[in-house]
Write a protein that binds this ligand. Structure first.
Ligand code: CP
Ligand code: NVA
Length: 319
């Protein structure tokens, strides 16, 4: 069966554990499932981490990444999403795409007989959530009964993060301004995904109370640039600064998928301070991408079971 990865919920909780184990496994133990094979990486939006980490993960698994800009293939302008996909699926073992409209990756998956990976859409960012989980599990040992706060815009990053946390037994506390928050339907759906829970508040101080990890993301996502000035006003009280982080559990860690805008969603003293794990988190993008690709390509999930040793970046806050 072709395993697509469009959402965190395309994996079970047990499979997420398998992916985390593969992510932490020594690279040689994974073999070279992509030896002699290609992976198409299509980007309709800019990227630093996702492009670099996916290209290196493909190389580490023995394959050849082919970076392609969205304009080059012209989804639904030069040719249909389905035609692009069917052609590329004949060249590559994996197709990955960063798209404006989530429907594009869904349409790719509908016609592809090789795995399709969502590298960020307007709806979700599941590869980021895997790296976030790898980082928090490296820090805490497990997410079970941990409290994870997310403050800011309930966006693609927030949705995937909340999903994986509830699936793995964490209690998620969201702090968002009205109008930029999770819908009741989304909250109910996420709450039902596992043994964890999700609750939402409009007051960011209430949201972070007792949190072991405090996450945020940009207030203006790619594609929302026209709304920037309006968003600056709405989100003004949602900055993660020393005062807000002080309302979390003692020693709570700060996380951000990056790119970050110092002075807006996070103060410089927090993101550059001792509680920040953002560079470990960013480096974990590569380890998580490698683990995910190995998993969907059918790697032996016991590969990482002989060691609890994390990948180099998993717990190191110093870089
Ligand atoms: N976090 C993240 O996806 O970063 P990039 O946009 O740089 O890939
Ligand atoms: N929410 C952000 C994440 C960037 C990695 C965006 O979609 O632009």
């Amino acid at each position: 069966m072709t395993r697509h990865f469009l959402e965190i919920t395309d994996l079970t909780a047990g499979e997420i554990d398998d992916v985390l184990r593969l992510s932490a496994a020594p690279i040689p133990s994974l073999g070279h499932p992509l030896r002699g094979l290609g992976a198409a990486l299509i980007f309709e939006k800019p990227s630093n981490r996702t492009r670099q980490s996916m290209e290196m993960a493909v190389v580490q698994l023995g394959g050849h990444p082919v970076y392609t800009r969205g304009e080059e293939v012209g989804f639904d302008t030069r040719e249909t999403v389905e035609d692009v996909t069917r052609i590329m699926a004949g060249y590559h073992a994996v197709l990955a795409a960063r798209v404006f409209d989530h429907a594009v990756v869904a349409r790719m998956a509908a016609v592809s007989d090789v795995p399709v990976v969502n590298m960020l859409s307007d709806h979700s960012h599941p590869l980021q959530a895997l790296a976030d989980t790898l980082t928090m599990v490296g820090e805490f040992g497990s997410l079970r009964d941990r409290t994870v706060a997310y403050v800011g815009d309930f966006n693609n990053v927030a949705r995937s993060l909340a999903e994986v946390c509830v699936m793995l037994g964490a209690h998620v506390r969201i702090g968002c301004p009205p109008g930029y928050d999770a819908s009741d339907d989304d909250l109910a759906r996420i709450d039902s995904l596992g043994s964890g829970t999700v609750v939402q508040y409009s007051d960011p101080i209430v949201a972070v109370a007792g949190a072991d990890a405090v996450h945020t993301d940009t207030w203006t996502s790619m594609g929302q640039e026209m709304e920037k000035s309006e968003r600056m006003e709405v989100f003004g009280h949602y900055q993660v600064n020393a005062g807000l982080l002080g309302a979390a559990a003692r020693g709570a860690i700060f996380m951000h998928c990056l790119p970050a805008y110092r002075g807006l969603e996070v103060s410089a003293e927090v993101i550059d301070g001792p509680q920040s794990r953002v560079f470990t988190q960013g480096h974990n993008r590569m380890h998580a991408a490698r683990g995910l690709l190995a998993f969907i390509l059918g790697a032996d999930t016991a590969a990482g079971s002989t060691t609890d040793a994390p990948s180099a970046e998993r717990t190191d806050p110093a870089r």
